[in-house]
Every structure is written in C-alpha cells, then in structure tokens.
Design a protein around this ligand. Structure first.
Ligand code: NAD
Length: 443
C-alpha cells in the first residue's frame, strides 16, 4: 500500500485517484476548486463518467480515498505525488505548464521525506527536468536537501470509458531514471503489474514522447479518413465501406477510421498543437501533424458548408432553425472542450441560422460554452423537443440514444426534410423511406 496525493481532481485526477485507491493504495485527491471538492465530499461526482460513482463511493467508504482543498493536509505522510492538473494550450499552441509549475512548487515546499513526483498530466518532452528544478528550488528555499525523484507516467484513458481504461490499460508507461522510484511505481500499480499488463519502463523523455506520439497518430488517422470521406462524396464512393475494407488489413486496423465532423475534446486538439510547437521549437516541423490539424479545422468548417449546401446553397440558412443533437465532443461524457459542436453551432449562427440544441449530459456545459452565440439559440428539453419549429436536424454526437430515433416522428415534426447525420449512424435508405433527405459524411 502506497500513500498517494493526487493534485488536480478533474477527469484524469479523479479517475486516477479513485482507481489507485481501488488498487489498494491510500489516496487523497486535492483540488483548488472548492465547489468540486465540496461536491465530492458530499458524495456527488462533478463530471459524467460511467461507473466512476461506484468506484469513488466504494473507496471513500473503505477510507482509502478522500478529498480536500488543503495540500499541506494531503501531503502529510505521502510517498507519491501525482500531478494531474490541466495543461491547456498557450497562444502559440505549446502546452501551458503554469498549473503544473504551481502545483509542483507548492508540493515541493511541503515534502518531509523521500517523495516521488509523478507527471500524470500530458506534458511536453523535457518537463520532467523542469519538475526536478522546481522541486529543487522549493527545497533550496527551505534550506533542505530532501531526496526526491520524478517519474513520467502519461495517462491514456478515454473519457466515457475512463474507469475501464484505467483499470484495464493497453500499457502502463513509467519513465524514470531512478531504480527506487521505479520500485515504488510497481507498488502503486501492483494490481496491474501482477495482472501482466504490458509495463513499459523507459526514460522520462521517451515516456513524455509516447503520449504525444500516440495522440498525434490517432488524430492523423481521423483526419486521414475525413479527407478520404470528402473525396468519396465527390467521386461517388462510400467511405463506410472503404473504411471497413481498409480496417480488415491488420496493418491498418479498424479503429479511428470513422469519418465525421472532425476530432475534438480536451486532448487531441491541444496535444497535436503542442507536439507541433515542440517540432517547430527544435527546427523540425512535424508536417504530417501540422496538416492533420489544418484538415481537422477545415472538416468542422466543411460541416457548416454541407448543411448550407444541402438546404439550398448560400443564404439558405438565413432565418431557418436548425435542431442540433449532441454537444459533447463524443458520447458518454459531458465534456465539451473543443467539441466540433461548438464550431458547427457558431458557423451556423454566423450564417444567420437559429439553433435549438440538446445533449443528454452536456447542457450545463453548453449554457456557458455556447454563450457567445447571441440571439437565436434555444436549449431544448430532449431529442424530440429540438425538432419543434426546426427546419433541419443535425446529429453531431453519437450518443446511443440517438441511434434509434423515430424517423417518422422526425419527418412529421420538422418543418423541412433535411437530416444531416454527421456520424454516419443511419442508413440512407431508412431515412429516405421516412421522407427525409439524408446527408452523411463521405457517403
Ligand atoms: P481538468 O481540467 O478536468 O482537471 C484539472 C484539475 O486541476 C481542475 O479541477 C483544476 O481545478 C485542478 N487544478 C489546477 N491547478 C491546481 C493546483 N495547483 N492544485 C490543485 N488542483 C489544481 O483536466 P483533465 O481533463 O483531468 O486533464 C488533466 C491532464 O491530463 C491534462 O494534461 C490532460 O492533457 C491530461 N489527460 C487528459 C485526458 C482526458 O481524457 N481528459 C486523458 C489523458 C490525459
């Protein structure tokens, strides 16, 4: 059993903290957001993440997991400090390490004995060295020479599947130059280590690079199929069939070959921009990744063109009401960070469409993330309520409950025939049979 402090209790910190407690460790999660900690101590989970509530409640009950806003309290007796704060993009696209630096300096000023600092946040190559320097400076200020080590342990969980991913990872990556730290990390991850989860020990720099290279690769794969989809539309091919056949090739694999409105979320957009910034910094532009970023931005803009084109061309959106279903960047999360739905809603509003929007979990987020859209934005009560007074339906997020909509009811309620399925969930024939005009991506 290892005593752990997790700094940052967001999507990654909360899931990591709860699951590390489930592995038998003693975990205190800290956050500066008092409302978040108050919710958690009151038994409420501040994010939508399937299965998380059970793990949190179970481990709080067995006293292995607790929450606080007090870092000094949390740090008492801690062997390991996980840093799981945000690393948002700076203006030039590089990762802003401000939250990491603040958390590390604060924790460094509190350690009492040998401590392992673990970077769980996604941080650029070279950050472990900076963390070492920040802790050293904090100790120098105290006139102390307490031993410590730094580990890079990137996280690969997917929102919406986070608990499963953390407890059944494809791999655990541990970057460290210290044998002592590596032994402690084996204890931390003992449950997985014993389970023969692939456990990759490497240098800090390599671990940091693994995370960015993985996310950038997946982003490239998405942008790749989206560009192929756009070409499919022009030449009369079907991207679903293309992707299915490509995916059968074991060298390619079928995952992340779903054409759609472009990737979003808290990771792919910012991580691709951050690794591209690192490339430029070293005079080695990562041209494939740079292009994937541009292709993704274009894909989101193209969705607005698609809707306008489908409804009759330039000017067709003016005065029309569009029902938008799904605002989270993907299903099973309330996260709307860089969701394609935001760019699409803004693009439609800029062409003078009115919007009626709904999402099963992201309405609270939407209330402030879409507030830039002035006038003509209405928050609906459910999927069918979005249709009232709307001319067209745009399906942006692939929530399961959107996979079996009553197409006849949609046709009866909509003022126009237009059905834009930006996730290719429906079959053209069934939609057209209901009297709707169907538009997918790459079909
Ligand atoms: P988040 O914004 O949900 O959570 C970060 C939390 O840190 C916030 O609650 C914030 O209040 C808190 N915080 C900031 N400074 C603090 C401080 N000094 N002390 C205590 N708390 C502090 O972010 P997230 O989605 O959990 O992402 C965290 C990191 O993990 C990022 O680097 C991200 O790239 C990476 N990551 C995210 C995912 C994901 O799916 N969200 C997956 C893998 C990796």
């Amino acid at each position: 059993m290892v005593t752990i402090t997790v700094i940052g209790t967001g999507y990654v910190g909360l899931v990591s903290g709860a699951c590390l407690a489930e592995f038998g460790n003693h975990v205190t999660c800290v956050d500066t957001d008092a409302a978040k900690i108050e919710a958690l101590t009151g038994g409420r989970i501040p994010i939508f993440e399937p299965g998380l509530e059970d793990v949190v409640q179970r481990n709080v009950r067995s006293r292995r997991l607790s929450f606080t806003t007090s870092l000094p309290g949390a740090m008492k007796g801690s062997d390991v400090v996980f840093i799981a704060v945000g690393t948002p993009p700076a203006d030039d696209g590089s990762a802003d390490l401000g939250f990491v630096e603040q958390a590390v300096r604060e924790a460094g000023s509190l350690i009492e004995g040998y401590t392992v600092f673990v970077n769980k946040s996604t941080v650029p190559v070279g950050t472990a060295g900076k963390v070492r320097r920040w802790v050293r400076e904090a100790l120098d200020k105290r006139g102390l020479d307490i031993p410590f080590d730094v580990v890079s342990n990137p996280e690969f969980l997917r929102e919406g599947n986070a608990v499963y991913d953390f407890t059944h990872p494809d791999r655990v990556v541990i970057g460290s130059g210290s044998a002592q730290a590596r032994e402690i990390m084996k204890e931390v991850y003992r449950a997985l280590y014993l389970n023969e989860t692939p456990y990759i020990e490497t240098s800090c720099e390599t671990a940091e690079m693994i995370k960015y290279a993985s996310n950038a690769f997946l982003s490239v794969k998405i942008s790749f199929i989206n560009e192929i989809a756009n070409l499919c539309e022009k030449v009369g091919a079907n991207v679903q069939d293309v992707a299915k056949a490509m995916g059968r090739d074991g060298r390619i694999g079928s995952k992340f070959l779903h054409a759609g409105p472009g990737y979003g979320g808290s990771c792919f957009p910012k991580d691709t921009r951050a690794i591209a910034a690192t490339g430029r910094q070293y005079g080695l532009p990562l041209s494939i990744i740079e292009t994937a970023i541009r292709a993704n931005e274009r894909q989101q803009a193209l969705m607005v063109d698609k809707i306008e084109g489908g409804m009759g061309g330039p000017g067709a959106l003016e005065g029309k009401t569009i029902a938008v279903l799904g605002l989270a960047y993907k299903q099973n999360t309330n996260d709307m960070r860089e969701s394609p739905a935001i760019a699409i809603c803004e693009g439609l509003a800029a062409r003078r469409a009115r919007l009626r929007v709904w999402d099963p979990q992201a309405m609270e987020e939407a209330a402030w993330r879409l507030k830039g859209i002035s006038g003509g934005l209405c928050f609906a009560k459910d999927e069918y309520d979005t249709l009232e007074g709307s001319h067209a339906l745009v399906l942006v997020t692939e929530w399961n409950q959107f996979r079996n909509l009553d197409l006849n009811r949609i046709r009866r309620t909509l003022l126009g025939p237009w059905f834009f399925d930006l996730r290719n969930i429906y079959k053209r024939e069934e939609v057209e049979k209901a009297g709707l005009s169907y538009f997918g991506v790459g079909l």
